[in-house]
Write a protein of this length. Structure first.
Length: 533
């Protein structure tokens, strides 16, 4: 099977070396509904314009290597973008400012142009885009996600703006401004309204749905699951350079404010180092993580959001510092409100994913077997996803191993198949991967049934509390105490599902009547004595 160039993954990895002059990242494209990589902000700006172009239907970054010999040595070049147009034609794009083209770069661009001409592709070397056009498109790109489109409001807005008129007055006449403005700013991405001068004076950034997340290189931020979540929510991801915390100074300063204004006043605060730590903190009152999260949320709402920030100013009142809530109320009047509620399928999309085959027995994950009759048409079949070698996309919850979700791509719109654990009837309490792994260690080399029984016993002990022979609490190991704390909050009276019935016939007669005489047949010495007649 072949892969189109607009679907190709980058042929080289992006780098964030300390001290580098460029910033790489992943831009969420409304054209492809995927993340498209960029190696500099200039490439990101060009990508933003291509994403807004109605003639573009596909984009990929760093799509292929171009090799040639310059007479002295072998050289190679990876163009910045491959673009597929609506008419089926293709164009290869290299982004470089006019004043930054070195002789070797000019040679690479010329070789790329000649190679593209031989196969019928166009080639463009583009530089810095026009500032006004870029500013307008960047403003509208904040509303490019389909979540901003409400069909009822879109119909009213198209009628209102059939003839040109003031933006705010037209938005008010179509309904509540908070609801109609995001739809109005989204319509140019669907080519339903023309981009004109009346939009450039309404610039305001929504604070409900983030446009870009700036992060460091912690494993949780650059993990595949985090990037997949950003891709699904339409969020651009911008990692900073390695070992460069000053590049996200606002975030570091905010964390410092949380430490000095909130954390240091919480019982059990350990300080930033051992010389700032009190004695015997572990013996005093301590908060659990869920309780601490509730305290932090309450503090953010009651204190942080209502506290004036020196960086929040207004041109009409430059001497006054505004609180986040005050600025938020002002921005709502300018940009409206985008509802971002998530459905059940959205939460499944945000769960970690893995790619596996669907075998005759079902799906096996970490010594657990999941199966369902709905998987029958998919067993030992190709999923159609060529980059994953035909494996099926499976989403799972690390904190609840009772079920998994399989994406079914056979229909026009993807559907989720819920598949339950085969031995779920043995355990009546929800639990996660950590409890399962702990139970596996208690039964080395045990079967799935034995591990499930060990997990059930562990969770029962966690709920009932450990007891010794005299009825007193027994001493637990540190790991057992941690496991008990993590499972004590689960629901103990969860209904245990009935065990799955075996489709094979039983080995014994179901009729228990003793007065019925069954005659013996003729003895055949060549027949299999264990075969049931």
């Amino acid at each position: 099977m072949t892969t189109r160039f607009e679907d190709m993954a980058p042929v080289r990895p992006f780098r964030w070396s300390r001290g580098a002059r460029h910033f790489a990242g992943w831009y969420w494209s409304v054209t492809t509904r995927q993340h498209v990589g960029f190696e500099s902000w200039q490439e990101r700006d060009r990508l933003l314009l291509m994403d807004f172009d109605p003639a573009v239907v596909g984009i990929s970054s760093q799509p292929f290597w171009l090799h040639w010999h310059d007479g002295e040595r072998e050289r190679r070049h990876a163009p910045d973008y491959f673009v597929r147009r609506a008419d089926g034609s293709a164009v290869v794009v290299d982004v470089r400012a006019d004043d930054r083209i070195e002789p070797k770069d000019a040679e690479a661009f010329e070789v790329a142009r000649l190679a593209c001409a031989q196969i019928g592709w166009d080639f463009e070397r583009v530089g810095v885009p026009e500032a006004v056009m870029l500013a307008n498109v960047r403003w509208l790109s904040r509303y490019r996600h389909p979540r901003c489109l409400q069909n009822a409001s879109a119909g009213r807005l198209r009628k209102v703006f059939t003839t040109p008129g003031p933006l705010m007055a037209g938005a008010d006449s179509a309904g509540d401004r908070l609801a109609t403005l995001p739809v109005l700013f989204h319509l140019p991405h669907q080519r339903l309204l023309a981009l004109d001068e009346r939009l450039k004076h309404a610039a305001a950034r929504p604070v409900i749905v983030p446009e870009t997340i700036v992060c460091d290189h912690g494993k949780v931020f650059i993990s595949h699951n985090f990037r997949a979540s950003c891709r699904f929510l339409g969020i651009t991801l911008q990692p900073t350079h390695k070992a460069s915390p000053f590049e996200k100074g606002a975030i570091e300063r905010t964390l410092g404010s949380v430490a000095t204004l909130f954390a240091q006043f919480v019982a059990g605060y350990t300080g930033r180092s051992v010389d700032r730590r009190g004695r015997g903190l572990e013996h005093g009152p301590l908060w659990s993580l869920p309780e601490l999260q509730e305290l932090l949320d309450e503090w953010v709402i009651a204190v942080w959001q209502n506290r004036p920030h020196d960086a929040l100013r207004d041109p009409d009142a430059s001497k006054r510092a505004f609180s986040p809530n005050e600025k938020y109320a002002m921005l709502l009047e300018s940009c409206g409100y985008v509802p971002a509620t998530l459905s059940g399928e959205d939460y499944v999309e945000l769960l970690p994913e893995r790619w596996q085959a669907i075998n005759a027995y079902g799906i096996r994950i970490n010594h657990r077997t999941y199966d369902s009759p709905e998987l029958n048409p998919l067993r030992r079949q190709h999923s159609g996803v060529v980059p994953k070698k035909g494996l099926w996309e499976i989403h799972h919850d690390p904190y609840d191993v009772s079920r998994i979700w399989v994406r079914d791509r056979r229909h026009e719109t993807d559907q989720w198949i819920t598949v339950f654990w085969k031995h779920l009837h043995r355990v009546g309490v929800p639990f996660g991967e950590m409890a399962w792994n702990h139970a596996r260690q208690q039964v080395p080399g045990g079967s799935e049934d034995q591990i499930a029984d060990a997990a059930a016993a562990l969770l029962k002990r966690a709920h009932d509390g450990p007891r010794n022979d005299k009825g007193r609490p027994a001493k637990q190991s540190r790991r057992d105490r941690r496991m008990a704390a993590r499972t004590r909050a689960t629901v103990p009276d969860r209904r245990i599902p009935d065990p799955q019935t075996d489709s094979e016939p039983a080995d014994e007669e179901t009729d228990a009547s003793l007065d019925k005489v069954i005659p013996l047949g003729l003895f055949d010495p060549l027949a299999n004595p264990w075969r049931r007649q």
